[in-house]
Ligand binder design. Structure first.
Ligand code: PGA
Ligand code: ZN
Length: 422
C-alpha cells in the first residue's frame, strides 16, 4: 500500500544564528508495515545570498510562510502519494505561481519537498539516501572544512575572504576525513595564537576561527595547517577557498573591494590575483572567485586553472539549471555548489546535479551559514553520488551532517567508498 500524505505541519524554529526559520512535518499513512509514518525537514538560510536564488521568505517572514502552508499548500497536498516527488514539487511551483517562490517562500517549499521525501522513505522503512539513490548509493563525499573565515560570516577585522577550507582528498574513509578537518581546525587555532597574542578564540557563523589577520597571513596559516595535518594523518589534505566575491564587489566602481587588504581590484586583476593564490598556496578548490554575473571572467579563470584546481560556482549558478546551462556552455566552472534552498525543491536540485554530471562538472552539496541540525543534505550527497560536501567542521548544526555521514558509512560497511571527482 502506497503511503499517502495525511497532514502537513509547519512550525517556526530557531536556526544557528538564532533567526527564525521553518520546519515541516509531513504525516503519511500506508507504506510498509507501519500505519502512520512521518518525515521532518528544516530549511537553512544564507547571509551571503546570491541575487539569483529563490526568495527564502515572503514579506511577513516565517509567519507569513506558515500561513500560506496551512491555507494554500497543505489542503492541496493532502491525499497525494508521498513518493510522487516530481508531482508534488510541480504543485509547489504551481500553487506559488511565481518564478522565484516569492509567494510561499523558497524555504517553505524546500522544507516541504525534503520532508515529503523523508516521509516516503520512512514509510518504506528505508534511509533517505537509499530511498533516493537506490543500490548505487554507496559513495561518501569528501568533506570541505571551513576552518578560518571572514567576509560576511565574521566581524570587521577578520579577512575579506569568506572561507578558508581544508580538503582531505587522500582519506580512504569519511570518518578519517571528518576528523582530519577537525585536526586542521585545531591546528589553525594554535597557529593563529602564535601570530596574534590578543586572539580571543572568536568564531564566525560556521564555527570557523575569525582572527584579526589579513588574507595572505590567513592563507599562510591554512596552508601550513593542512600540510602539517597531512603529515600527521598520512594522507593528502589540501587548502581551498570560498572567496564569496559577490559580497566584496562594488558594481558602481566595477572593482572588488578588499577592505582588509586596503586594495581594489578590477576583473582582470582579480583573475591574476586568484591565479597567483592557486599557484603559491597550491589551492585545489576556489569557490566564487568572481562576482555572480561574470560568466566570462569565470571562463577565463577556469581555462587557466582547471588542470590544478576546481573552480566552483555558487552565487553564479544558484543551483539553477538555466544558469548552469549558460555557464557550462562557456566553460565558466568545473564545479558547482548544490544548495537545495537556493532553488526550492528536491526535483529542481536533482536536475542541476544531473546536468552538472552530464558535463563532468563536480557537484558540491552544501549547507548554509544559518543552519539547523537537519541532516538531509548528508543523505542527498550519498544518494546522488556527489563527490564533495561542504558542511563545516564544528558546532552542533554542522556535525549533525558529518555524524550522519559517519553513520551511513558504518551502515554501508564494506560497500562504502569515497566519492570520485568526475
Ligand atoms: P551563505 O554562505 O550560506 O551565507 O550564503 C555560504 C557560501 O557562500 O557558500
Ligand atoms: Zn559560497
Amino acid at each position: 500500500m502506497r503511503a499517502v500524505i495525511k497532514n502537513i505541519i509547519p512550525r517556526k524554529i530557531l536556526d544557528s544564528r538564532g533567526d527564525p526559520t521553518i520546519e515541516i512535518e509531513v504525516v503519511v499513512r500506508g507504506g510498509r508495515g507501519a500505519n502512520v509514518s512521518f518525515g521532518r525537514a528544516a530549511a537553512p538560510s544564507g547571509v551571503s545570498k546570491g541575487k539569483h536564488e529563490v526568495i527564502d521568505f515572503p514579506e511577513g517572514g516565517v509567519d507569513a510562510s506558515i500561513k500560506k502552508v496551512r491555507g494554500l499548500i497543505a489542503p492541496k497536498l493532502i491525499g497525494i502519494v508521498a513518493s510522487e516527488q516530481e508531482k508534488i514539487d510541480g504543485l509547489l511551483h504551481e500553487l506559488d505561481g511565481t518564478s522565484n517562490f516569492s509567494k510561499i517562500g523558497g524555504n517553505a517549499a524546500v522544507a516541504i519537498s525534503m520532508a515529503v521525501a523523508r516521509a516516503a522513505a520512512s514509510a518504506l522503512g528505508k534511509p533517505l539516501y537509499r530511498y533516493l539513490g537506490g543500490g548505487r548509493a554507496v559513495r561518501l563525499p569528501h568533506p570541505l572544512g571551513n576552518v578560518l573565515g571572514g567576509g560576511a560570516h565574521a566581524g570587521k577585522m577578520a579577512p575579506d575572504i569568506q572561507e578558508f577550507i581544508s580538503i582531505p582528498f587522500g582519506a580512504k574513509r569519511f570518518v578519517d576525513a571528518a576528523f582530519a578537518n577537525a585536526q586542521v581546525h585545531k591546528k589553525v587555532k594554535t597557529l593563529i595564537e602564535a601570530e596574534d597574542m590578543t586572539f580571543t578564540g572568536g568564531k564566525g557563523d560556521e564555527a570557523a576561527w575569525a582572527p584579526n589577520l589579513n588574507n595572505l597571513d590567513a592563507l599562510g596559516v591554512l596552508a601550513r595547517a593542512c600540510e602539517e595535518v597531512a603529515g600527521e594523518v598520512g594522507f593528502e589534505v589540501r587548502p581551498g577557498l570560498d572567496v564569496a566575491s559577490t559580497s566584496m564587489y562594488n558594481a558602481k566602481k566595477q572593482k572588488y573591494v578588499y577592505e582588509r587588504g586596503s586594495v581594489n581590484r578590477d576583473g582582470g586583476e582579480q583573475i591574476d590575483f586568484i591565479l597567483k593564490l592557486i599557484k603559491t598556496y597550491k589551492l585545489s578548490y576556489v569557490e566564487d572567485p568572481l562576482h555572480e554575473e561574470d560568466f566570462d571572467g569565470f571562463a577565463e579563470l577556469t581555462r587557466k586553472a582547471k588542470k590544478q584546481c576546481l573552480i566552483c560556482g555558487d552565487d553564479l549558478f544558484a543551483t539553477n539549471v538555466g544558469r548552469l546551462q549558460k555557464g557550462l556552455k562557456v566553460g565558466a566552472a568545473n564545479a558547482v555548489l548544490i544548495k537545495p534552498n537556493q532553488i526550492g525543491t528536491l526535483s529542481d536540485t536533482l536536475a542541476a546535479v544531473k546536468l552538472a554530471k552530464k558535463h563532468d562538472c563536480v557537484t558540491v552539496v552544501s549547507h548554509r551559514s544559518g543552519e539547523t541540525p537537519d541532516e538531509t543534505i548528508a543523505h542527498l550527497a550519498v544518494a546522488w553520488g556527489c563527490p564533495l560536501i561542504k558542511a563545516g567542521v564544528a558546532g552542533g548544526e554542522r556535525v549533525a551532517k558529518l555524524n550522519e555521514l559517519i553513520r551511513i558509512e558504518e551502515e554501508l560497511g564494506k560497500e562504502a567508498k569515497m566519492g570520485i571527482l568526475q
